[in-house]
Design a protein around this ligand. Structure first.
Ligand code: DAH
Length: 432
């Protein structure tokens, strides 16, 4: 392969020689002996590198002739040497170039991967490649040979660059195909089972109740679990020192804060933030110092509030009866019993007919033979509460209710101990 560069180098030397010989011939014309000798010596020197015995021999003879000052002979020798030198075959350079290009293209086409291709690119087109060397030599060539040799070198560069580009695309395609084949996924293999969670039994009831009210056009409202004494008690008509406070075994925090004992403070927050009409349902966690089979320190509540013109107790009963049928089944009946809450007047408790025995089984595990289940507290919003939030009790009336979805879930799923709901035992929770 180095032959392409060697040929170009030889051509460069030949042109040097030809020039020397031409000058010697010029000197010979004027019979300037010392000059002949010197020119002839230089020509011989150039011929040495030429590696062409023919030139060297001619030059040697020219030098010999010069010694004897045989001017005409010398002039003839020099003329022939110059002629021969200028004929140094440019075609050979071109032939070498195309052989070089063909071999390099074949090697490029055979490159097995992109790394090998890059190695070949450096070898053929890099800074110390033959092509670069040839391009540097062009300047030393006889003027008439430059365009040809330069053109040949540039064409070789372009051809090799094209070949590399084509092969690079092929190799990229081949490598991508191989990678895709290696990464192929067998979609017929059985999947890895994904451990699915399930809804907590209390949350199932919360969802059913909230869904029901959202279906009636109620909005979901929420409030903080750390609540002020004012929202949790005072604004609900339970002023400081009132005996009703002692019923709600409260967790007191610093600075007048409590863990909310019910979701009723969300009623106050909602009414303070908007004008009537109000229709909201408010699920959330609540806290009391209590722990036995039917009480846990944390439990859930769902509050409801409707304030509008002309709201009556019959709206309350009809709404809650429809809700009970939605959660416990079409056949359940409801009844209201008088009760007492500070923030409602009148106040009631709502019972639901036993959805298991319907009142027919004296040994029923769910209603214990009573036929009825206590469901929730409710009532007509006390005018004092409406006044506290700036609503006019002469214009607006409302009903409110609060229920315990944990208790409802106990009844619905037949669980005897509420504490199981919050102990986090997966064997229990996975059943729902
Ligand atoms: N907040 C009461 C409690 O936790 C339940 C309650 C009763 C809420 C009557 C109400 C209501 O909105 O009107 O015991």
């Amino acid at each position: 392969m180095a032959r392409f560069a060697r040929e170009a180098a030889r051509l460069a030397d030949a042109s040097k020689f030809a020039e020397q010989a031409r000058r010697a011939a010029e000197a010979a014309k004027h019979l300037d002996a010392s000059k002949f000798a010197e020119q002839a010596r230089r020509a011989a020197e150039a011929a040495k590198h030429l590696d062409v015995s023919k030139f060297a021999e001619r030059a040697r003879r020219a030098a010999e002739a010069a010694k004897h000052l045989d001017a005409s002979k010398f002039a003839e020798q020099a003329r022939r040497a110059a002629e021969a030198a200028s004929r140094v075959d440019r075609e050979q350079v071109v032939a070498e170039a195309s052989r070089f290009t063909e071999q390099a293209q074949a090697a490029i086409r055979a490159a097995k991967n992109l790394a090998e291709l890059e190695r070949l690119r450096i070898e053929y087109l890099g800074r110390s490649s033959q092509l670069t060397e040839v391009k540097k030599l062009v300047r030393e060539l006889p003027v008439e040979a430059r365009p040809e040799v330069g053109g040949v070198a540039n064409r070789a560069s372009r051809d090799l660059e094209d070949a590399i580009k084509v092969r690079a695309e092929e190799l990229a395609f081949i490598e991508r195909e191989a990678r895709l084949r290696a990464e192929a996924v067998d979609v017929t293999l059985p999947g890895v089972p994904y451990p699915k969670g399930s809804l907590h039994p209390s949350m199932r009831v919360v969802d059913e109740v909230v869904d029901f009210f959202v279906g009636l056009g109620y909005r979901v409202a929420e409030g903080p679990e750390v609540e002020t004494d004012y929202y949790n008690f005072t604004a609900l008509n339970i002023p400081p020192g009132h005996p009703a406070r002692t019923m709600q075994d409260t967790f007191f925090l610093d600075e007048g804060l409590v863990l909310r004992t019910h979701t009723s403070p969300v009623q106050i927050r909602t009414m303070l933030s908007q004008e009537p009409p109000v229709y909201v349902v408010c699920p959330g966690r609540t806290y009391r110092r209590d722990s036995d089979p039917t009480h846990t320190p944390m439990f859930n509540q769902i509050e409801g509030l409707a304030v509008d013109r002309g709201i009556t107790l019959s709206h309350l009963k009809g709404t809650l009866a429809a809700m009970a049928r939605h959660v416990f089944g079409e056949d359940v009946k409801v009844r209201l019993r008088p009760s007492y809450f500070q923030f409602t007047e009148p106040s009631v408790e709502l019972d639901v007919s036993c959805f298991v025995c319907g009142g027919s089984d004296p040994k029923c595990k769910v209603c214990k033979g009573a036929g009825w289940l206590e469901m929730l507290g409710a009532g007509m919003v006390d005018p004092a509460v409406l006044e506290e939030v700036g609503y006019d009790p002469e214009e607006y009336t409302g009903f409110a209710f609060g229920m315990g979805p944990d208790r409802m879930a106990m009844a619905k799923y037949g669980v005897a101990d509420l504490r199981l709901f919050f102990e986090g035992d997966l064997r229990f929770l996975r059943q729902f």
